[in-house]
Design a protein around this ligand. Structure first.
Ligand SMILES: Nc1ncnc2c1ncn2[C@@H]1O[C@H](COP(=O)(O)OP(=O)(O)OP(=O)(O)O)[C@@H](O)[C@H]1O
Length: 263
């Protein structure tokens, strides 16, 4: 199978209507243009409420730009597609289905389960959940639930995987383990990854390119390239210098409230 996953974002703007006629419109994303090459890992970082999730939702096809276009492999994104997998912070697993059933749910809907049953186990193994096939979501830790969500997205062989703070609710130790697992999966499957995160260290640890956004409306302020081999040393000089560079671009001075909602 030919895997691409090239993304072209062209002058994308998103304006939300106010709640009623008197309420002001909200411009969440302003004229963002960028190109993401197949197999790149991009992190989108910016202040809370700046418009990161809105941009990601438009990449997913869950929202449409007010103006501008987004294309994946030269096809305009007009709605959700199995070729663009999604993993959110609170990935909702079906509580009445066990791990195996959650991962295979999409295959069952597409009537492909009997043909591709072996792959269900393959992806459960890939995310490190061997032995947990019959366990239900309420018996899993948050990190394990996120890995089920990842396996569920991966089984569709997406060209692009979109993440909205997938590890935001996890403790630091679990998050670091999942970072390493995700990098291995990314290297094996060569999927284009786009991850919204608040965490500068997470961005520098995972991404090839970091899109630094301004406070709302999100404008692409700068792109920081991270040219360090994996696995990256979080305490390495270059790593720390890159973290500082991103923080400088985001104008983070260390003062309280600096990375919080701006308006
Ligand atoms: N459906 C909507 N209708 C109206 N306004 C919206 C809608 N979705 C988002 N917004 C507004 O757009 C702005 C950007 O929101 P968005 O969720 O994209 O920010 P974010 O950068 O992802 O924030 P955070 O990091 O806190 O999750 C916010 O002011 C938000 O209130």
């Amino acid at each position: 199978m030919v895997k691409n996953g090239a993304i072209v974002i062209d002058k994308v703007q998103k304006i939300f209507a106010g709640q009623d006629q008197q309420a002001a419109q909200i411009e969440a994303v302003h004229q963002v243009s960028a190109q993401i090459k197949p197999g790149d890992f991009v992190a989108i970082i910016g202040p809370s409420g700046c418009g990161k999730s809105t941009l990601l939702r438009m990449l997913a096809g869950l929202d449409q730009p007010t103006s501008g276009t987004i294309a994946v492999d030269e096809q305009n994104v007009t709605g959700p597609s199995r070729e663009r997998g999604l993993v959110f912070q609170d990935s909702t697993l079906y509580p009445w289905l066990n791990v195996e059933q959650n991962v295979s749910f999409g295959l069952k809907l597409a009537k492909q389960l009997s043909k591709r049953k072996d792959e269900v186990q393959e992806f459960i193994d890939l995310v490190g959940l061997k032995g947990f096939e019959k366990v239900y979501p309420n018996q899993l830790s948050g990190g394990m639930q996120q890995r089920v969500a990842l396996a569920r997205a991966l089984i569709n062989y997406p060209k692009v995987l979109l993440f909205d703070e997938p590890f935001g609710a996890l403790d630091a130790f679990t998050r670091m383990r999942l970072h390493d697992q995700l990098i291995k999966i990314w290297q094996k499957h060569k999927i284009t990854m786009v991850m919204v995160t608040h965490d500068v260290e997470e961005a520098v640890y995972l991404a090839d390119h970091i899109f630094a956004m301004t406070p709302r409306p999100a404008i692409l302020k700068d792109i920081v390239d991270v040219d360090l081999p994996h696995p990256r040393d979080r305490n390495g000089e270059e790593f720390i210098a890159l973290k500082e560079k991103v923080l400088r671009i985001l104008n983070f001075t260390g003062e309280e409230g600096n990375l919080n909602e701006n308006k």
